[in-house]
Design a protein around this ligand. Structure first.
Ligand SMILES: [Zn+2]
Length: 340
């Protein structure tokens, strides 16, 4: 028994984090979300170069296809390899056959020049014809000027902004800092510590596995009037798994909740990347409906078509060699880990 759906959409990913697995532990065990950022992610992103970014994106795109995900909204940061990074990511995804909407997350963490160069990378990529968004890391690592500059650039380019919002308590001022800047085409990731009555515009991106992993709390996205979509925050691109986690996390605060709500969040991905509706995934299970999938383990894609082309068949990608992608990504992971 098989069933087909459109290609799934991962609405918040960090493809660069595919190389983090197995990285050496930080000198001191982080005990807060801020320390997790400082001792893990901000050390890792600083060590990235373009070759590492290329193979992490290839691996992430491969794993997306293996999960029936044909479209990724990526949020990228590599402070020592900014220029050209979005093109490297877009090319890698295109090679595997996965759609991507990248953004460079600007930050003043490395000085105002770092934010300026990040903004320039967003602008270069989009003005050269790339499909992307303008990225901001988060309000708490940006000056008011950088936030305004990013909002203005996005408006000029006619695209939205992809930003982390109130993921941890350290960013709880985000609704004040972003007041008047957000638009409906913005993507607001996490929003765990965002008040229900926040006046921000945009789609809220819910990342249940990541929020659990970082111990930041439950966003309870059902409380918002904004649209809600699902992401992974860099831990693969398995959207059926994200849906299942979103459902059970909602049950922890509302035992009357059914899986339809979390399923509707999965479907919001098609509003953000409508092209994925042209893709077709044939699954190992029938029916692909929320009440079945919430309780059915091991559902996997048998065949994936992107824009009519078969890019995944019988457990293997058709455009690239999965073993080679894994081997090359592993080489880059060794280089990256040796820098940490
Ligand atoms: Zn994120």
């Amino acid at each position: 028994m098989t069933a087909t759906t459109p290609g799934l959409v991962c609405a918040h990913h960090h493809l660069y984090s595919a190389l983090a697995r197995g990285m050496p532990p930080p000198p001191k065990t982080p005990t807060t979300f801020q320390e997790i950022l400082e001792q893990i992610w901000w050390r890792l992103d600083t060590a990235l170069d373009l070759e590492m970014i290329r193979w992490s994106a290839m691996l992430g795109a491969l794993e997306a296809l293996e999960s029936g995900t044909t479209a990724i909204i990526d949020h990228h940061e590599s402070p020592n390899a900014i220029e050209g990074s979005l093109t490297v990511i877009a090319d890698a995804c295109a090679e595997v056959g996965v759609r991507v909407l990248p953004a460079y997350g600007i930050t003043d963490r490395h000085g105002a020049d770092g934010a300026r160069r990040g903004l320039a990378e967003n602008e270069r990529f989009i003005r050269e014809g790339g499909k992307g968004l303008v990225g901001i890391h988060a309000a708490f690592t940006c000056s008011d000027e950088s936030l305004r500059n990013a909002a203005h650039l996005a408006a000029d380019l006619g695209v939205g902004v992809h930003i982390h919002v109130a993921e941890g308590v350290g960013d709880k001022d985000a609704p004040v800092r972003l007041a008047g800047l957000t638009r409906d085409n913005w993507l607001l990731s996490h929003c765990v510590h965002l008040p229900t009555d926040h006046h921000l515009h945009g789609t809220i991106l819910h990342n249940p596995r990541s929020n659990l992993n970082n111990g930041v709390g439950y966003a309870d996205p059902a409380r918002f009037s904004n649209p809600v979509a699902l992401g992974t925050d860099g831990i693969g691109a398995n959207m059926i798994e994200s849906f299942r986690l979103a459902y059970v996390m909602q049950r922890t605060v509302d035992v009357a909740a059914g899986p339809d709500t979390a399923w509707s969040w999965l479907e919001t991905g098609w509003d953000l990347m409508p092209e994925a509706r042209n893709d077709e995934v044939t699954w190992s299970y029938d029916p692909m409906d929320p009440w079945h999938l919430a309780f059915t383990p091991g559902v996997r894609p048998l065949e994936v078509k992107v824009d009519g082309e078969i890019v995944f068949d019988d457990g293997q990608p058709t455009r690239v060699d999965a073993d080679e992608v894994r081997a090359r990504a592993a080489e880059q992971a060794v280089r990256l880990h040796s820098r940490l």
